[in-house]
Structures are given as C-alpha cells and as structure tokens.
Write a protein that binds this ligand. Structure first.
Ligand code: HEC
Ligand code: HEC
Length: 212
C-alpha cells in the first residue's frame, strides 16, 4: 500500500479507495485498518464542543428524542467514525447529515467518536409487548445477530450498538439495508444479513432490540 500505514478510519478510507483502484484486496485493507493503533489520541472535550452541531437533532447527551434520528450515546468509537466517513464520502447518503459532515475534519471525526462512545447508553422504554420481544429474541438467535453485535447488543468496533436504539430507527435501518439504500461498510455484512429477513422478523427484531 505504498508504504502508507493505515491507522484511522479517515486514513483507512483513502487507503481502501486507493487499493480498490489498484485492484488490490479491499478486504486486506479493511483488516489492516482494524489492526492498526490510533494515529493520535482523541480529545473527548473537543468532541463534546464539536457535538454542539449535533445536539439539535441527536439530542442532549446523544439521546435522540426525534423520530428517525438515531441515538449516538455509547455507540462504539469506530462505528461513529466509520459512519461519519461514509457520509462524508457519500457512500452513505442522508440529506440531513450531508451538510453537517462537510464541515468535519478528520480530527473532529476522531474526537466525536471518542465523545459519543464515552456517554451512557439510552435507557430502554418499558416493554409494552413482551410477545413481540419474545419473537424478536428468537429471530435474533436464529439469525445469529449477537455473533457480530455481541451478546449484550452493545456493538464493538465498526459494529453498531443496537440495544436501546429507537425502535422506528432500527426498523428504518433494517429496511434500508434490505432494499439496498444503505450498503454498510467494507464487507457489506448487514446487507447480506437483512436481505432474507421477512417483514414480520424485521418488526419483531426492532421491537426486541429497542427494549434491551
Ligand atoms: C439536521 C439533523 C442532524 C444533525 C444536525 C446531525 N445529524 Fe447525524 N443523523 C441525522 C439523521 C436523520 C440520521 C439518520 C440517517 C439515516 O436514516 O440513514 C443521522 C445519522 C447519524 C449517524 C449514524 C448513526 C447510526 O446509528 O446509523 C451518525 C454517526 C451521526 N448522525 C453523527 C452526527 C454528528 C457527529 C453530528 C454533529 C457533528 C450530527 N450527526 C448532526 C440527522 C442529523
Ligand atoms: C456479520 C456481522 C453482522 C451480523 C451477523 C449482524 N450485523 Fe448488524 N451490523 C453489522 C455491522 C458491521 C453494522 C454497521 C454497518 C454499516 O456500516 O452500516 C451493523 C449495523 C446494524 C444496524 C444499523 C444500526 C445503526 O445504528 O445504524 C442494525 C439495525 C443491525 N445491524 C441489526 C442487526 C440484526 C437485527 C441482526 C440479525 C438479524 C444483525 N444486525 C446481524 C454487522 C452484523
């Protein structure tokens, strides 16, 4: 890779694009990215200051009160960073996020990742439909969701926290993967996972995960 040592999602993204252009293995670049140590220590206080730009939509302390806007609190650092890089590169498209990410430097992205990862996760609402949760739990076992999202569904590295996320946003995300509107990073794990899900499973999964 031309002697470049990839070590942050921002650097990695460029490395991946370059490696794609050179027809080198994208998967190898992706793996190298996650093996690398962070380039610079992230600054949580600077991330908090920058998050003033985000609070109007994503809520105080990263807990969203708005429909179709996800909570960011306690998302894994790398998941936040990758999604911001995807929005900025235009590989993930959203009209509301687009003008925001245009203003972010690589350093902002690093700091925002560290800041949101440091926050307490959202408290799940009281479960108003335990039958639905049971169905969702069964579907999650059958589809092996925890194999990537971890047993607590708190996520790890580039894999999102889904526990306690807003239910209608989980529903939207699963529909977006299934329809191909959202393709996800690198190995397109979620597109492959969501494609065979039935509408009934998607609804049960979103209900179950939102109440964890
Ligand atoms: C005008 C409203 C708005 C503002 C301001 C905004 N966002 Fe967003 N953000 C959204 C919406 C809407 C989505 C969901 C996009 C979708 O449905 O794919 C989103 C998604 C995201 C995601 C992906 C999360 C996930 O779970 O998939 C991240 C990360 C994110 N925003 C970070 C930020 C950061 C950091 C800022 C401030 C620098 C910010 N956003 C400012 C509206 C906003
Ligand atoms: C092979 C690993 C893998 C498996 C299995 C998997 N996921 Fe994911 N999931 C991911 C990754 C990686 C992401 C982030 C993708 C991206 O960049 O958009 C993700 C993202 C998501 C998101 C979007 C979260 C957000 O905030 O934007 C939802 C919802 C989700 N997964 C639900 C599920 C459910 C439900 C299952 C089981 C049916 C499942 N996942 C199985 C790897 C996986």
């Amino acid at each position: 890779m031309g002697g470049v040592e990839p070590n942050s999602p921002q650097d990695c993204f460029q490395t991946m694009i370059k490696s794609m252009l050179r027809s080198l293995s994208l998967v190898a670049a992706f793996v190298a990215c996650f093996a690398g140590a962070p380039a610079h220590a992230a600054d949580i206080a600077a991330g908090k200051a920058k998050a003033e730009l985000c609070v109007g939509c994503h809520g105080e302390n990263g807990i969203s009160q708005m429909e179709n806007i996800p909570s960011l609190a306690a998302q894994p650092d790398l998941f936040i960073q990758w999604q911001l890089v995807f929005f900025r590169a235009g590989t993930r498209k959203n009209e509301q996020m687009q003008p925001v990410v245009e203003q972010l430097t690589n350093e902002d992205i690093r700091n925002l990742g560290a800041y949101y990862a440091s926050l307490a996760p959202p408290k799940p609402p009281v479960d108003d439909n335990s039958d639905m949760s049971k169905k969702g739990a069964q579907a999650a076992v059958g589809r092996r969701c925890a194999s990537c999202h971890t047993d607590s569904y708190a996520g790890t590295k580039a894999v999102a926290r889904v526990a306690g996320q807003r239910q209608e946003y989980l529903l939207k995300a699963l529909h977006d993967y299934k329809s191909g509107v959202r393709s996800g990073g690198g190995m397109a794990a979620m597109a492959d996972v969501a494609y065979p899900l039935s509408e009934e499973e998607i609804e049960a999964l979103a209900h179950y995960l939102a109440h964890l």
